[in-house]
Design a protein around this ligand. Structure first.
Ligand SMILES: *Cc1c(COP(=O)(O)O)cnc(C)c1O
Length: 372
């Protein structure tokens, strides 16, 4: 699905030197590389504060802890997402309120958010799924009207631009109260291990996030709050500094690859290619087709027989998972999510795809779709 080895070969010298430099100085934790990466990512995102942490799941958890969400508070998020989003809500004893997604963008549906709001609602967690922003302007309007926090899960969309109606743009994750991201190796900005970060323009919130990520201490050995231990290590930060410089080029490579797929699958009534909204560009963390009247799992097996990996993000709505089922979630409210779980399939998407490989993938998909 990704070619991290191929990507590494192009930056090997720089990366190897940076790793060795960290080892030579032995500044493994909270070294200067972490601070430098933080500053460079703040500049790239045009946001006041970036707080690195250990992974994207921690980032979400730390955001909810820093906002002082308490058991009984309701947090609204999409039913069609990676489990981490809902997991941290439940882990903190909060109530996860899963809602429907939009049929074109597959991101959380603002109308469904509005319907799910109760006096206990405290926050909305939009997920910028597959590399495209959720409808942030509508979500921010709802949040203002009901006085809710907005935690943007940007794990799949680092670098994506949200376009406001007035023509201005902001980076994904820098629009709501706070944004979270992941540097898991296969993400668009991936390190060589685990990593994550939070972003916010709010000085006070940034200080709280830093304190919570560091055992609840703002002064050493003074613990005013219960925190966690969640750090980005220096070796990962050194690698991320190098890869951040190429992030826009990586996005372009993904967009070019998406265009080639789009052309290959154009005008086929059984295949819907990704929708690109007028309010966001797409950085294609995933390139995901929606099939119509095709045996999706059969296609996945057929591709595997031709040594083409394909993945299903996600095979089940969260409310069909035992850990997240709840009598308040009814199938009739999730027709879109349920259909997507049956019909989506993600094809190989990364920065190192070449035209021959893509043509082989396109031909193979069409071969199966046209005869079945
Ligand atoms: C990857 C991912 C996460 C979690 O990131 P980790 O670094 O693996 O903890 C959270 N949310 C979404 C939408 C993701 O894709």
């Amino acid at each position: 699905m990704v070619d991290l080895q191929g990507q590494y070969q192009k930056i090997k010298q720089e990366v190897d030197a940076a790793i060795h430099q960290v080892i030579d100085t032995a500044a493994f934790i909270n070294g200067p590389e972490v601070k430098a990466f933080q500053t460079e990512l703040e500049a790239y995102l045009d946001v006041k504060h970036v707080i690195p942490c250990a992974n994207g799941t921690d980032a979400l958890q730390i955001a909810m802890m820093a906002l002082d969400l308490k058991p009984g508070d309701e947090v609204i998020t999409a039913n069609f997402t990676y489990v981490a989003t809902a997991e941290v809500i439940k882990l903190l004893g909060l109530t996860a309120v899963l809602v429907e997604v939009n049929s074109e963008t597959f991101t959380i549906d603002p109308a469904a958010i509005e319907k799910a709001i109760t006096p206990k609602t405290k926050a909305i967690v939009p997920v910028h799924l597959y590399g495209q922003c959720a409808q942030m302007e509508a979500i921010m309007d709802i949040a203002k009207k009901h006085n809710l926090f907005v935690i943007e899960d940007t794990a799949q969309a680092i670098g994506a631009d949200y376009k406001f109606k007035d023509g201005t743009t902001k980076k994904a994750g820098c629009i709501g109260t706070i944004g979270s991201t992941s540097f898991f190796p296969s993400k668009n900005l991936g390190c060589y291990g685990d990593g994550g970060a939070l972003y916010t323009n709010d000085d006070q919130l940034a200080a709280r996030v830093r304190m919570i990520a560091n055992h609840g201490q703002s002064v050493q050995y003074i613990h005013d709050d219960i925190g966690v231990n969640s750090r980005l290590d220096s070796i990962q930060a050194a690698i991320l500094r190098i890869k951040l410089r190429s992030l826009d080029n990586y996005a372009k490579a993904r967009q070019n690859a998406a265009e080639i797929y789009n052309k290959g699958f154009a005008n086929n009534s059984k295949i819907k290619t990704p929708f690109v909204a007028n309010f966001s560009n797409h950085v294609y963390h995933q390139y995901t087709l929606t099939l119509n009247g095709v045996d999706r799992d059969g296609l996945k097996l057929f591709l595997a027989s031709k040594e083409i990996p394909a993945m299903i993000y996600y095979p089940k709505p969260l409310h069909h998972q035992k850990a997240y089922a709840d009598a308040r979630f009814k199938d009739q409210d999730f027709a879109i999510t349920i259909e997507l779980c049956k019909n989506v399939i993600s094809l190989p998407m990364h920065t190192e795809l070449d035209i021959d490989t893509q043509n082989y993938i396109i031909e193979s998909v069409l071969e199966y779709v046209n005869k079945n």
